[in-house]
Design a protein around this ligand. Structure first.
Ligand SMILES: [Zn+2]
Length: 199
């Protein structure tokens, strides 16, 4: 997964790939400031195209423009959250699902409609509300049951909090066991495996 590659380069600047890419494409800056450069390799093109995800999701801050912090592993909290996510010993599918939720790229019906796929936007389970990420993972009867059965006092705020914010909160503040549990529960609610669109 490309985002993971970007992540590896960030967290492990001593790796061979990180060293090679840095020497060639961003010797005097960091990956977030790197240009595509002339005749980029396929690997670099792909990685460079993917880095925005971490930039966006990780609330990257550049500070005074120095890149020292990047290489000294001095992360702002949400990047620690990402680090925790990729380190969890859970199936990659579960990690990717959480990642997709945070980036709102789960193919729920409302998202599909917004992207031009013509289908009903109603939740196929309860048919009472639009099928959004918040609905599928937080508000639908099915998801409520799943969370009720979860241990560890996980509880979903019913206020204005979006599910992705709740997820982000736990990425930041929960231990890895709790995160793994959330991931497993999340997959239980996810009917989108393999993007089999049933609308
Ligand atoms: Zn529903």
């Amino acid at each position: 997964m490309l985002v993971k590659q970007v992540w590896r380069i960030l967290t492990n600047p001593q790796s061979m790939l990180a060293k090679v890419l840095k020497a060639r494409y961003f010797p005097h800056s960091d990956i977030f400031h790197a240009q595509m450069g002339p005749r980029p390799s396929y690997t670099w093109r792909s990685i460079n195209h993917s880095k925005w995800v971490l930039q966006k999701g990780g609330c990257w801050t550049v500070g005074n423009g120095m890149n020292v912090k990047v290489w000294e592993d001095n992360w702002i909290p949400s990047l620690n959250g990402w680090k925790k996510l990729w380190k969890l010993t859970i199936p990659p599918r579960n990690q990717v699902l959480l990642w997709r939720i945070i980036h709102n790229i789960v193919p729920v019906r409302l998202n599909l409609n917004n992207r031009g796929v013509r289908c009903s936007i109603l939740c196929p389970i309860c048919a009472k509300a639009s099928e959004t990420i918040d609905h599928v993972f937080m508000k639908c009867q099915k998801s409520k049951k799943v969370w009720l059965g979860a241990q560890k006092g996980l509880y979903l705020s019913q206020g204005n909090m979006q599910f992705k914010d709740w997820l982000f909160y736990h990425l930041e503040h929960s231990d890895t066991d709790t995160m793994a549990l959330i991931a497993y529960r999340g997959v239980k609610m996810d009917g989108f495996d393999g993007f089999g669109l049933d609308c």
